[in-house]
Design a protein around this ligand. Structure first.
Ligand code: ADP
Ligand code: 5GP
Length: 207
């Protein structure tokens, strides 16, 4: 997807995965406040909004029927069923942003991330870990609005997800939020500074 070798100005995309409750949403929000050229890929989901979540900003909240129609129409770059709900990334939106030169952050769990790695070469894959499972449990509780049972399901799934860490490019421990945001920003800046991405500018300079 990225035309790195030719040094074109297509945007880059960073896929961020983390067990639910780790703080990935908090990190991404803080990062994007300071980086206007980074867009957030707003996923589609059938899960109901949590308090404070806004349709079209946090997710596109749609019915299961609409989601299934979009699957049938081939609209998703990847989609998964997660905790009994459907989540997916619009391939069209993703391509449009990247082609316009915007950089894109995607909040996608490990199976979706794997599908993107296979089908959309050039992505950067970052896994965020909580300081410990005990802290993860606390953060899930702090977020509120979920039953004990839903929380237990998320914790069990967290352990499974962490096993996927082996094929990610970068790992960030979310101990202090500010440090985690700094690390993600550093990864972004380093990736933007890769020589292959700057070919055009270097050639212009040399000319
Ligand atoms: P995720 O998107 O990974 O599910 P959230 O960003 O919703 O997680 O964070 C889950 C909870 O943990 C929220 O209440 C958030 O304020 C809190 N949180 C996030 N990062 C930290 C951190 N570094 N230290 C303490 N609490 C945090
Ligand atoms: P939550 O319900 O807590 O917002 O998200 C649950 C999980 O779904 C998180 O691990 C999050 O990364 C993942 N997720 C959110 N959007 C997408 C998506 O478009 N595709 C995939 N595969 N996972 C997603």
């Amino acid at each position: 997807m990225n035309r790195d070798a030719a040094g074109q100005s297509e945007g880059l995309f960073i896929v961020v995965s983390a067990p639910s409750g780790t703080g990935k949403t908090s990190i991404l929000k803080a990062l994007m406040q300071n980086c206007p050229n980074i867009m957030f890929s707003v996923s589609y989901t059938t899960r109901p909004p949590r308090p404070g979540e806004v349709d079209g900003r946090d997710y596109h909240f749609i019915s299961e029927q609409e989601f299934r129609e979009r699957i049938a129409a081939g609209e998703f770059a990847e989609w998964v069923e997660n905790y009994g709900q459907l989540y997916g990334t619009s391939g069209k939106t993703m391509r449009a942003f990247l082609e316009q030169g915007f950089d894109l952050m995607l909040d996608v769990e490990a199976r979706g991330a794997q599908a993107l790695k296979t089908n959309y070469p050039g992505g950067i894959f970052v896994f965020v870990l909580p300081p410990s499972l005990a802290e993860l449990r606390k953060r899930l509780g702090g977020r509120g609005c979920e039953s004990e049972e839903a929380m237990k399901r998320r914790l069990d799934k967290a352990v499974d997800e962490i096993r996927e860490i082996g094929w990610y490019d970068y790992v960030i421990f979310n101990d202090r939020l500010e440090d985690a945001v700094d690390r993600l920003r550093s990864i972004y800046v380093a990736e933007k500074s890769r020589r292959e991405r700057l070919t055009e500018r270097i050639e212009g300079f040399l000319a």
